[in-house]
Design a protein around this ligand. Structure first.
Ligand SMILES: [Zn+2]
Length: 87
């Protein structure tokens, strides 16, 4: 079986709704990765501790851009421009 570690690091970022992803059970933020289905998306915060809309799978490295307005009551801060991901 081919390892999934880092397999999607260079893949095109995926736009997904955090609310639509399967729960991982780890926390209210953690979701199963839509690309590899085994890795975790933990939701990232910026240096102001705000929740951001760009995340990366811990296993395969897939970048996801959340389309939700908020996650678990936290408004999402758009950091796509600072990550070079603005469309
Ligand atoms: Zn993944």
């Amino acid at each position: 079986m081919k390892s999934k570690v880092g397999s999607n690091v260079k893949a095109t970022p995926m736009r997904v709704a955090h609310a639509a992803l399967p729960d991982s059970g780890a926390s209210e933020f953690a979701k199963a990765c839509p690309a590899c289905e085994e890795g975790l998306l933990l939701v990232r915060r910026n240096d102001k501790h705000e929740v951001t809309n760009v995340d990366r799978c811990l296993l395969c490295g897939q970048v996801v851009i959340y389309t939700d307005a908020s996650i678990a009551g936290w408004p999402l801060v758009d950091v796509t421009a600072s990550k070079g991901l603005a469309s």
